[in-house]
Design a protein around this ligand. Sequence first.
Ligand SMILES: C[S@@+](CC[C@H](N)C(=O)[O-])C[C@H]1O[C@@H](n2cnc3c(N)ncnc32)[C@H](O)[C@@H]1O
Length: 459
Amino acid sequence: MDTYVLERDGQLDFYKVFLPRVNPSLDIDEILADNNDGVINGNLLEFKLHITDLNVVLFQCIKYLSALRVKGKPVPANILIIDLNADTVWLYRSAPYLNYIERLYSGGASKDNSGFIGGDAEKVLHYDKPLDVESIVALLKENSFTKIHIDENCIVGWATSFYKAVPTARKEDFLGDDTGKHKTIGEIRKPVHFAQYIYPYTGQTNVKFNYLMDKLNDTLQKKNLGAFYTHRLYAEKSLELVRAAIARVPAGNDYIILDRCAGTGNLEAGLTDDELSHCIVSTVEYYEYKVLQELLGAKVRHIIPPIETAETFNAGLVTGADALSKEYIDNPVIKQYIDNAKCTVILFENPPYAETTSAEHQRQGQSKASSTWKQSYVVAEMKKEVKGTASNDLGNAFVWSGFKYYLRQPTDSYIVYSPVKYWKAQHLIEKNFVSGFAYNRRHFHTNIDACIMCAYWSN
Ligand SMILES: C[S@@+](CC[C@H](N)C(=O)[O-])C[C@H]1O[C@@H](n2cnc3c(N)ncnc32)[C@H](O)[C@@H]1O
């Protein structure tokens, strides 16, 4: 007769008898933290009441290991499959299955596993035999991991783990590469903290992670940069508004499309080469700037700064690219167009959002003092003209300065992304709304459902 009818009972009994022999201070909640049957040191455990097909269970375990990699957690070298009613443990090593572990799976890990064919178990142990029990204890004490490769699917998880493990680390310490003037070689290329867990990333630059650069920011940058990237489909849709603005350029005029907060250039990705040849782009974060250079540098009219110099890197930021600084507003490369009456100006931007008074912000303990942009030239100037709470928002500082310093003629335009509530509640600007789209903020690398308006304003 079966000893166990419920898997959970057998699982907890197993832990009760083995944990005191492995490490009595291990916490069961931690062992079960990842929605699998448990991880102990370098072992993933999977319990079943009865096992009829080991391959099916092995594949389920592989899916759990895949999920650990994506979360930025070490992948145990051992897989222990336990048949609770037969007192039997099968040992597999995860390394031979790395190729499967590095794939993505959707749906429940226990579903659709038939048909997988793995190798034989390395050992079969019976825990009604004392010698085998000792072997299981020894295995559970093993602390080896299978090294994984860093890719687009897991890098955000590993960045999160890295900044948690090394709270003082900056983005360069994680992502730094050997190109450009600033040479910090980051953890992904020369693993120190994760030397046991990851293979060095061999991509020369970070261009592969272009769409994730906002999620790879360190904690301090997250506070100050308010970077939430635009989904490719939203970016493409908003090009309809840009093209409507181009259509209004008076005959005989040149035009520029200026994006002062371009990140890695997601908004511009769908522009034609001709349209790109009218673009001026910049971004204040150094690794974004490098990717922006790599992706668009040869196609746009200008990038600010035009080339990297020894002074470009400044504590993770790009010297001269802070759009809220006086230096940027006076930038001669941009100014030549603003001062030219025969040039139409189209601003096209998804400005950073960071509302320092929001409940979200307060909850995360982000004090007002942490927001360096509040001390910026633009915010100081804005405060002279705009009263009330509107100046508490980084995005508003972009919008306000966009109209203030760049739009001069009736055919100038501003295509801008921003949370709709600002326009409704704050009446930051009184301009002519030509057209626009409503987007869901959820698709801007957040999990908030809220309306982001992409509006086309004419001056
Ligand atoms: C909301 S993201 C948009 C990025 C990209 N245009 C997109 O839509 O995916 C805002 C960008 O502004 C940059 N940024 C933040 N503060 C800035 C500043 N003061 N000057 C220039 N860029 C800034 C951030 O690094 C980030 O890349």
